[in-house]
Every structure is written in structure tokens, then in C-alpha cells.
Design a protein around this ligand. Structure first.
Ligand code: FES
Length: 112
């Protein structure tokens, strides 16, 4: 079961830096802590995979999360791990549709 972050954490805003495959910053924005990453990226207008409409089965929304803080993003559960394996994605990647963000992160995808 996912841990519920404190009200203090959820009241903050977090910075998301979007990197292209070469590591160049292509976008930077703030969002409310605890927000679903995939939902916000779509609202922002960034191209992100969505073949399963964000239910975590297609693997199309895979991104690499760069952060030194293990608690900056929701924990990867068994379902997400299975989807990454079934869709031949790296175990180091995350599915944006299954991630909630709690502190500043950088994200990178090979399709940006
Ligand atoms: S949109 Fe399909 S796994 Fe995220």
C-alpha cells in the first residue's frame, strides 16, 4: 500500500525539469506536490505515451527520473515493475502515469 505523505509535504510545490535524450533542458515548471506526473505532463502539453490512458499497462509513458532523494517520487509497486518488464523497459525507469512527485526532480525520456 502506498504511503500517504504528510499534509506539509502535499502543501508544497515541486519543480520538474524536463530533459531531452541529449540531457538538454526543454521545459521547467512547478506543480503541486503529490500530483500525478503523467496527468500534469499531458496538461502541460508535453508529448507522453498514453496508449492505455494512464492505467499502467502499456509502458508507453516510461521516463527516467533523476533525483538524489529516494523519497522524491512515489515508491514503485509490483504492478509497475511487472509492466516495465512486460514492455521491455529498464527497471531504472518509471511509468509517469503511476508516479506522484513529492520533491524536485528531473525527468528524461528517449522520445524527447
Ligand atoms: S500510459 Fe500506459 S503505462 Fe502509463
Amino acid at each position: 500500500m502506498e504511503k500517504i505523505p504528510s499534509a506539509e509535504i502535499l502543501s508544497k510545490s515541486v519543480k520538474i525539469t524536463v530533459l531531452n535524450k541529449l540531457g538538454k533542458t526543454i521545459d521547467e515548471f512547478d506543480m503541486r506536490a503529490g500530483t500525478n506526473l503523467w496527468v500534469f505532463l499531458r496538461k502541460r502539453g508535453l508529448p507522453i505515451g498514453a496508449a492505455c490512458s494512464g492505467v499502467g499497462v502499456c509502458g508507453a509513458c516510461h521516463v527516467k527520473v533523476i533525483s538524489s532523494d529516494m523519497n522524491s517520487i512515489s515508491e514503485k509497486n509490483d504492478f509497475e515493475k511487472e509492466t516495465l518488464i512486460k514492455n521491455q523497459k529498464s527497471e531504472k525507469e518509471r511509468l509517469a502515469c503511476l508516479c506522484r512527485v513529492f520533491s524536485d526532480i528531473k525527468i528524461q525520456a528517449d522520445y524527447w
